[in-house]
Design a protein around this ligand. Structure first.
Ligand SMILES: *[C@@H]1O[C@H](CO)[C@@H](O)[C@H](O)[C@H]1NC(C)=O
Ligand SMILES: *[C@@H]1O[C@H](CO)[C@@H](O)[C@H](O)[C@H]1NC(C)=O
Ligand SMILES: *[C@@H]1O[C@H](CO)[C@@H](O)[C@H](O)[C@H]1NC(C)=O
Ligand SMILES: *[C@@H]1O[C@H](CO)[C@@H](O)[C@H](O)[C@H]1NC(C)=O
Ligand SMILES: *[C@@H]1O[C@H](CO)[C@@H](O)[C@H](O)[C@H]1NC(C)=O
Ligand SMILES: *[C@@H]1O[C@H](CO)[C@@H](O)[C@H](O)[C@H]1NC(C)=O
Length: 349
């Protein structure tokens, strides 16, 4: 059947519930972002007596998968006896044993496997760098490109005469949880930038890169959300399937889920998930309700419900794929962008 529609989609979100869609919601849609990755770049721009200075940039190239609160954590293994003499724009979580260095200022980190985390935006100006300090949060590339990267500066020393140093090994990225696998760090063309109003091109001494990709399988054993459908003529076309996010005993003697009306004081802090007891046991439910279907348009109300008492989501996005998006589409209440990768996809932020 062929009908010429100019569908109008209405997206309204019920604000009585705390709303969310997290990155993992989009798990089923990963083919929509085939080139998505987080690229970590080490740009060496200066040699020192016994080492080098490098700018490390973490760029989120995922179209709709952001790095949320708690933020990224970057780790690697030094190939030899390198140490981080100083750092700005981020910090190593541990200093380690620097007792063999008799410098006036002890090194920032002497660990073989340093772990780096971002500074908060409120950090002291003298330890900040350009493009740093977002508390580890990176926006998705298609949503706020200007907030999708972060960088910090490291001064590496103790190369013991190996003038150029070796590439760090075994890069790891937590963003914020597990799920990312990073490729070995490799030499690439030096990063170039433009100065003097774009009339002169300058380049760093050398550039190393690693690409980290996300796997749902590594991060979640069970789905984190479910989808239900209804229409104006049938309120229950599909409900969220029972136990679609795994089964937990809804037993008051365990704290595997919280019954409605029970006091929240029993919530133990520090736990990652405190899910309300439901048939589906999902922390998040996405509900697609077809409100009406007229000759020239139809409207959908999308409701996203958070059943996780342990999380308040403030910066969320949802990815929707529907053949209707090849037609004219309007969203209400929220911003939306069409992903360039697939013709009929849309993300709603
Ligand atoms: C990472 O993403 C960027 C942007 O989509 C792409 O240009 C690059 O080829 C990707 N890298 C890899 C190794 O897939
Ligand atoms: C710290 O390192 C020095 C030199 O490498 C070593 O002699 C010392 O035992 C280490 N200290 C500790 C507490 O591990
Ligand atoms: C680190 O990387 C090296 C070579 O890339 C590999 O042989 C080694 O097993 C890795 N170590 C760990 C702890 O992953
Ligand atoms: C979520 O926000 C509400 C209201 O602002 C607050 O009372 C609650 O403590 C927050 N919960 C978490 C886990 O941050
Ligand atoms: C979409 O809307 C624009 C402007 O309102 C109109 O020019 C265009 O023809 C419409 N496209 C379709 C496929 O209806
Ligand atoms: C939505 O778009 C408007 C206008 O472009 C912008 O001012 C606003 O910050 C955006 N909101 C979000 C949540 O991205």
């Amino acid at each position: 059947m062929e009908l010429i529609f100019s569908p109008i989609w209405a997206f309204a979100l019920k604000l009585t519930l705390l709303l969310v869609v997290m990155s993992s919601l989009s798990d089923c849609y990963d083919p929509l972002d085939p080139n998505g990755n987080i690229t970590v770049t080490f740009d060496t721009h200066k040699w020192t007596d016994d080492g080098y200075m490098a700018r490390v940039t973490i760029q989120n190239y995922y179209q709709y998968r952001h790095v949320e609160k708690q933020g990224w954590k970057l780790g690697w293994t030094w190939a030899e006896d390198e140490v981080i003499l100083s750092m700005s724009g981020a910090f190593a979580t541990e200093q380690g044993n620097c007792s063999s260095f008799k410098f006036q200022t002890p090194p920032h980190s002497c660990l073989k496997n340093p772990v780096i985390v971002d500074l908060e935006p409120t950090a002291a100006p003298e330890i900040m760098t350009e493009d740093c300090c977002h508390g580890g949060i990176l926006s998705a590339w298609a949503i706020i490109p200007s907030n999708s990267f972060s960088s910090f500066e490291i001064m590496v020393g103790n190369l013991k005469g190996n003038t150029y140093g070796n590439k760090p090994l075994n890069l790891t990225l937590m963003a914020p949880g597990p799920g990312y696998t990073c490729s070995p760090i490799e030499d690439t063309d030096p990063t170039v930038s433009l100065v003097i109003g774009g009339r002169r091109q300058i380049q760093v001494f050398r550039t190393w890169k690693s690409t980290c990709t996300y796997s749902t399988f590594l991060s979640n054993k069970v789905p984190v959300c479910c989808v239900s459908l209804s229409t104006f003529y049938n309120p229950t076309i599909t409900t969220c399937p029972q136990c679609s996010c795994g089964c937990r005993a809804a037993n008051p003697s365990t704290d595997s889920c919280i019954r409605e009306g029970s006091s929240l004081s029993q919530l133990s802090s520090g736990k990652l998930d405190i899910v309300r007891c439901t048939d589906h046991m999902c922390p998040i439910r996405v509900h697609w309700h077809v409100k009406n279907n007229y000759m020239f348009h139809w409207r959908v109300k999308l409701t996203i419900s958070n059943y996780n008492h342990a999380k308040n989501y403030s910066d969320w996005n949802i990815l929707v794929q529907h053949p209707g998006f090849s037609q004219n589409t309007t969203t209400y209440s929220f911003n939306s962008t069409a992903l360039p990768t697939v013709g009929f996809a849309g993300t709603f932020t």
